[in-house]
Ligand binder design. Sequence first.
Ligand code: PEP
Ligand code: MN
Length: 366
Amino acid sequence: MSVNLNVNPLENWIKLKSKPLVIAGPCSAETPEQLLATAQGLKKLKVDILRAGIWKPRTRPNSFEGAGTEGLKWLAEVKKEVGIPVGTEVANPQHIEEALKYGVDVLWIGARTTVSPFAVQEMADALKGVKDVAVLVKNPTHPELGLWLGAFERLFLAGIKNLAGIHRGFAMYEKTKYRNAPVWQIPIELKRVAPQIPIICDPSHIGGKRDLIFEISQKAMDLNFDGLMIETHIDPDKAWSDADQQITPERLGEILSELKIRESSSNDPEFIDHLDELRKKIDNLDRELIETLAARMAVVEKIGEYKKESNVTTFQVKRWDEIMKNRGELAKKMGLSEAYIIEIYKIIHEESIRKQSELMRSVEAK
Ligand code: PEP
Ligand code: MN
């Protein structure tokens, strides 16, 4: 699958001082003083867009739900004062109308809204004919690419060309070290099927903790993400929402200067030659891997026929247990992660069982 979303490149709609695009600002606009002090701290840094939540999608009622229209007035004031474009989250057509009225430059659709095609379509309809607005779409809360892509398509069909994605991680039932597990394969797959869409990483909502912000940001940079959105507050411990993950403008400055920003490619002939050589090695190894998998499958089929003749079930738990233990240990000995090899073996085993079941059925049908 590939999707033709010919959106405008980032540089067409935002004056980038340098790579990556940086969006920073508080989770929520709380008071005019908090917003202004934070923005003044950010003005000294390479920050391209000031973010501030005006309407906050809180999981439970009776938490701070944002300053609303009043906050938009502060945002407009601060924009005038510090001269940085501003952005906020919108979840319905009324939010869009209000935000645009107060000069908000960048709108974003939050993770809890991207999951609803009705809500996204209503907003896309409200944005029809609106010139120069940029819309960022956060990934849906659960690990699924389809709804994320669907949101881009709805906005694109409504004529919005200044589009980008925000990767903010995914809610998981199991506990992980993250607030929202990054599941990097999903933004990588988005890049593959819709390569024109710039992707911004939100390490604040992925990590949920201050001390994870740097490593997640670096990982995003190593994966060639186009930007970062980092929650920043003048006094993070006293923040009215997401206090654990917000950092001071000062800390943001340190993070930005410590990040290693790599080039997405190089023209150095020596580098190109060497990379080419290594890629050829990978191509050969992959061929061998696939040949080995095909040879393995041929044996699996033989076993399947044999099991059928001897009237034995396809799945034998003891054998499966042995394989998992043995392959995991072998992986460790070879310096590979046990979890990585076990995941691969789960897929190999699933396919073997599928093949053997198919074989049993086809033999039965004869
Ligand atoms: C936010 O950016 O403040 C926010 C609520 O994010 P998300 O939609 O990713 O939860
Ligand atoms: Mn937040």
